[in-house]
Design a protein around this ligand. Structure first.
Ligand code: DX5
Ligand code: ZN
Length: 219
């Protein structure tokens, strides 16, 4: 199973409905990067703006919260209709409670790890989550280069997911995904891929999503 989630971070924000229409047939989720200028040095969509995008989107929304206070706010994105809500382990004081609040609000739960955060820190909360997100760039901006040195972390997560959780937890990679790097991420064990600039800078974004899926489907 391969899931492709285009990120609209670097899409034309003045015409998001048009941008989403370009990739909706080929994509599984719309990846929405929420940044607060505190957890990361960049600001994107507020909760209000996210609510509007979620209601306008024909695709289910995969919200990636790069915010300093997920314990207070993450479930609000689930209540706003996001299908999946991912928050950063580094920003959370009570990840199990936040995971449970998101689940109770009806969304899948993801937890993201910045490049310097080791996978083993997730051990106590794996049982509460539906997806692990291994960042393959420092969160904050689109268009950065893929950190291939994160692939051992992806492989470690894949092993643990298969051995202890029957393969049921999705494993997402976000940052620098292209037609080349998606192959490395797939080989390391990822099944869910975020791609921003490679999709929206392509002449035909929908076709690029299909090409990415194809590249990730070859073993
Ligand atoms: C980075 C974001 C990513 C970003 C990916 O902090 O979490 O989702 O949009 O963009 P690309 O694919 O250009 O690295
Ligand atoms: Zn993201």
């Amino acid at each position: 199973m391969v899931r492709i989630c285009p990120s609209i971070l670097n899409a034309d924000r003045s015409n998001l409905v048009g941008e989403i229409a370009k990739i909706s047939k080929e994509s599984d989720y719309l990846h929405l990067d929420v940044m607060d200028n505190i957890f990361v040095p960049n600001k994107t969509f507020t909760l209000e703006e996210s609510r509007k995008i979620i209601s306008d989107s024909v695709l289910p929304v995969d919200a990636h919260l790069m915010i300093a206070n997920p314990d207070q706010e993450a479930h609000l994105y689930a209540l706003a209709g996001a299908s999946s809500v991912t928050f950063h382990l580094e920003a959370s004081l009570q990840p199990a409670a936040t995971a449970s609040n998101i689940s109770q609000a009806g969304a899948r739960v993801g937890i993201a790890l910045k490049p310097a955060t080791p996978f083993h820190l997730l051990a106590p909360i794996m049982q509460y989550i539906d997806m692990v997100l291994v960042m393959s760039v420092e969160p904050g901006f689109g268009g950065q280069s893929f950190m291939s040195e994160m692939m051992p972390k992806v492989a470690e997560a894949r092993l643990e997911i298969d051995e202890k959780y029957f393969g049921k937890i999705w494993l997402q990679v976000d940052g620098g995904i292209t037609l080349q790097t998606i192959v490395a991420a797939k080989r390391a064990g990822a099944d869910t891929f975020v791609a921003g600039s490679s999709v929206f800078n392509a002449p035909d974004p929908g076709e690029m999503v299909a090409l990415l899926r194809n590249a990730a489907s070859i073993n």
